[in-house]
Design a protein around this ligand. Structure first.
Ligand SMILES: Cc1ncc(COP(=O)(O)O)c(C=O)c1O
Length: 467
C-alpha cells in the first residue's frame, strides 16, 4: 500500500476530499439503515452486529482508507444514538450543528496542540480572544475576566475546587443534593472533605438550609450552586445564594454547564441573575450550544485567579521564550496536548451571531414548553413541572417506578426513543432534555403517543404461544 497522504499542507485538502465524501456517504447510509433515534435490539443485537462489521480491527494487511472508512463509519452510524433525531432526547446530549462539525474537521486536519505557541500560532490568538470574549459575557462588570477551555463540566468543576483549595487550603464544599456528581468526585480527587449537602425539596437549593449549614461549618467554605440541574434543569436561587456566601464569608462556584448559554438569550438571561457574583463559573457548549463534544469552559472574574495553574516545562515554555514574547499556554489547562476545541465554537458564534444563537435557544425552550403542554393535555401522563430550561420530566399516571424504568428500556430496546431517567420527589420520572431546535410539534406528539402506546403494550398480557 502506498504511504497514506496527510491531512495538512496544500496537498492535504485534495487527499481529504474523496475521503470525506466516503465518510459522508457512510454517514448517510448508516443513518438510513438505522432509520430511527437508535438501533433496535439493545446490546445483544448491536454489539455482535458492530463486531461483525468492524472486525478484524487490526488485520495483518490493511483494507485501505475507503474500505475502512466505509465499513466502520457505516457500522457506527447504524448503531448510533443520534441526537439529531427528535426522539433522542436524553443526557443533555446535543445534536451538533453541521457547521460546527465541519469546523472540527479543520481542527483535526490542522491539529494545533494548545500547549505551546509553536504548535498553534494562530490558534493561540483565536483561543485567547474567544475565551476572553466568553468570560466577558459571564463577567461583564470586571476589567479582566478570563476563561479556559475544558473537556466539559466535569473538568471545569474540578478546576473550581482545585483553585479554591489553592487559595484557601482544604476547603469544605457545600452543595445541594441536586448538584452534579462531579463535585463530589472532584473533592475526592483533590483530597478534600466530601461535600456537605443541603436539601433541595423543590429541586433547587433551599436557602434557609444553606444559611443554617454555613452557620455551623468552619471556613474555608466553597458553595457550589447549579444553574440547570442535571435531573430537572432547575436553577438554584443564584443571587440569594451569593448573598448568603457574602454574609458567611464563603466562596461561590456556579455550575452553569447546562444553563450558562441562556446568557446569550435576551429573553432568558434574567434566569441567571447573580451568575457574575461567583468566583468561578462552569459552562458547556456541548449541551445548550450545539457543539460536538467537547466544548467546555471554566470562567473566572479576574485572569489572575488562574495563576495557580501556571506550570513550567522548559521544552514548552522556556523563560527566555516567554520573555521574548511567545505566549505561555501551559497554564491554560491541566492537560498538555490539547485539542483546538475553540475553533468550532468561534465558527458557530460568528456564523450565527448573537441573534441566531438567541433564536436557537429561545426556540428550544419553547419546544420544551410545548412538550409540557402536550403532557398536561394527556390524561395518561403526569408532568413533574413546567420546564425552567429545556428539561421535561413526566411519567405515566399511576405507574410504579419499576414500570417507568421498564418503559424507558423498552423504548430503547425497540429503537423507538432515547429518554433519560431522573429521581425527583421520591419517584422515578422519564426525562426529555430537549436540545434539538428542529423538533416540531408533530415530533413531540409522536413521542407522547409512543410513550402512552408502549405503556399500554407493557400492560397487555402477551398471548400464550400457539400449541
Ligand atoms: C449540571 C452539570 N454539571 C456538570 C456536568 C458534567 O459535564 P460533562 O459531561 O461535560 O463533563 C453535567 C453533565 O450533564 C451537568 O449536568
Amino acid at each position: 500500500m502506498p504511504t497514506p497522504p496527510l491531512a495538512g499542507g496544500t496537498a492535504g485538502p485534495a487527499a481529504l476530499r474523496p475521503l470525506v465524501d466516503t465518510v459522508l456517504t457512510a454517514l448517510h447510509d448508516g443513518a438510513a439503515l438505522r432509520d430511527g433515534p437508535l438501533p433496535a435490539g439493545g446490546p445483544d443485537t448491536v454489539t455482535p452486529r458492530t463486531r461483525t462489521a468492524t472486525h478484524p480491527l487490526i488485520p495483518d494487511h490493511g483494507t485501505g482508507p475507503h474500505h475502512a472508512l466505509r465499513a466502520l463509519v457505516t457500522a457506527l452510524t447504524e448503531g448510533a444514538a443520534d441526537p439529531a433525531h427528535p426522539h433522542c432526547a436524553a443526557h443533555l446530549h446535543t445534536p451538533p450543528l453541521a457547521l460546527a462539525a465541519a469546523a472540527d474537521l479543520a481542527a483535526s486536519a490542522l491539529n494545533p496542540s494548545m500547549d505551546s505557541w509553536d504548535q498553534a500560532p494562530a490558534a493561540t490568538a483565536l483561543e485567547a480572544d474567544l475565551t476572553t470574549a466568553l468570560a466577558a459575557e459571564i463577567y461583564p462588570h470586571t476589567p479582566s475576566p478570563d476563561a479556559v477551555i475544558t473537556t466539559g463540566g466535569t473538568e471545569a468543576n474540578q478546576l473550581a475546587l482545585l483553585l479554591a483549595r489553592e487559595r484557601h487550603g482544604p476547603v469544605q464544599t457545600v452543595c445541594a443534593t441536586t448538584a452534579h456528581h462531579s463535585i463530589a468526585r472532584a473533592a475526592w480527587l483533590l483530597g478534600l472533605p466530601q461535600p456537605v449537602t443541603v436539601p433541595a425539596p423543590d429541586g433547587t437549593m433551599d436557602p434557609a438550609a444553606l444559611d443554617a449549614t454555613l452557620t455551623r461549618l468552619d471556613p474555608p467554605l466553597l458553595v457550589v450552586a447549579t444553574a440547570g440541574t442535571t435531573d430537572t434543569g432547575q436553577i438554584d436561587p443564584l443571587d440569594t445564594i451569593a448573598d448568603l456566601c457574602t454574609t458567611h464569608g464563603a466562596e461561590l462556584h456556579i455550575d452553569a454547564a447546562y444553563g450558562g448559554p441562556l446568557l446569550l438569550s435576551p429573553t432568558h438571561r434574567t434566569l441567571l441573575h447573580g451568575l457574575d457574583r461567583a468566583q468561578s463559573v462552569t459552562l458547556d457548549l456541548h449541551k445548550l450550544g450545539w457543539q460536538p463534544a467537547s466544548a467546555g469552559l471554566f470562567a473566572v472574574p479576574d485572569r489572575h485567579h488562574l495563576t495557580p495553574l501556571h506550570h513550567h516545562a522548559p521544552y514548552l515554555n522556556a523563560d527566555d521564550d516567554t520573555e521574548a514574547g511567545l505566549p505561555d499556554l501551559l497554564g491554560r489547562s491541566l492537560r498538555t496536548t490539547r485539542r483546538f476545541d475553540a475553533l468550532k465554537i468561534a465558527v458557530t458564534l460568528q456564523a450565527l451571531g448573537r441573534t441566531g444563537l438567541a433564536t436557537f435557544i429561545d426556540t428550544t425552550v419553547t419546544t420544551a414548553h410545548h412538550l409540557a403542554d402536550l403532557i398536561t393535555k394527556t390524561p395518561a401522563l403526569d408532568l413533574y413541572d413546567r420546564p425552567t430550561i429545556t428539561t421535561v420530566l413526566f411519567r405515566p399516571t399511576d405507574a410504579d417506578d419499576h414500570t417507568v424504568a421498564t418503559l424507558r428500556r423498552t423504548l430503547l430496546n425497540r429503537g423507538h426513543a432515547v429518554l433519560g431517567r431522573a429521581n425527583a420527589r421520591g419517584r422515578l420520572w422519564l426525562k426529555a432534555t430537549l436540545l434539538n431546535p428542529h423538533t416540531t410539534p408533530q415530533d413531540l406528539q409522536a413521542l407522547i403517543d409512543l410513550v402512552t402506546a408502549t405503556r399500554v403494550d407493557l400492560e397487555t398480557p402477551t398471548a400464550p404461544p400457539h400449541p
